[in-house]
Design a binder for this molecule. Structure first.
Ligand SMILES: C[S@@+](CC[C@H](N)C(=O)[O-])C[C@H]1O[C@@H](n2cnc3c(N)ncnc32)[C@H](O)[C@@H]1O
Length: 170
């Protein structure tokens, strides 16, 4: 196989994984920074917390949570965005990790804050998968879409950029 074909194959694979992420969880749309701040305030993210962003996108949520002292871990299925998130963390000197992995298989041990901006139909499926792994008391913040059949603890509208919802694992 020539180097050209190898690069073509890698790009094709990365494209297929990006399409899978859009179909399985959500296409890439970054959360406005104003909304990230409100979500982190609502979940009272602070030093000592471990925050996971499933579908880390460009890594902005991880950087902003890390600036508040939290340990941060991202899961991203698109190789392009995984690389972008890694670069964002490096550029901001954030020590967290971003895993090129399906968030449905995320490790939730020691995690106490979960950030989610995924499609409304994905959220209940993901929660069914993760619920058995989540510790009681874990705060979950979602942007734009609530989690169907979960009881909202608090919610906040942000001028012109939508809404964030807070949940707590029982
Ligand atoms: C709407 S964007 C949110 C990006 C980022 N969390 C933010 O708020 O700015 C959703 C992201 O989730 C990723 N994604 C979708 N399904 C996923 C899955 N099953 N596992 C990991 N990442 C996923 C997409 O590639 C996309 O980057």
């Amino acid at each position: 196989m020539t180097i050209g074909w190898f690069i073509y194959f890698i790009l094709l694979l990365a494209g297929a994984m990006t399409a899978l992420a859009a179909w399985k969880g959500a296409p890439y749309v970054p959360t406005p920074k104003k909304a990230v701040e409100v979500a982190l305030d609502l979940a009272q993210v602070k030093a000592g917390d471990t925050l996971v962003d499933i579908g880390a996108g460009d890594g902005r949520v991880l950087v902003m949570a890390a600036k508040r002292g939290a340990k941060v871990i991202g899961y991203e299925l698109s190789p392009f965005l995984w690389l972008l998130a890694k670069i964002t963390l490096l550029r901001n000197s954030v020590k967290g990790s971003v895993k090129l992995r399906d968030g449905f298989a995320a490790n939730m041990s020691n995690v106490n804050v979960l950030f989610l901006f995924l499609m409304p139909q994905t959220l209940p499926n993901l929660m069914r998968e993760l619920q058995k792994k989540l510790k009681p008391g874990t705060r979950i913040v979602t942007y734009t879409f609530p989690i169907k059949d979960w009881q909202v603890e608090a919610e906040k509208s942000i001028d012109g950029v939508g809404k964030v919802y807070l949940y707590r694992v029982k």
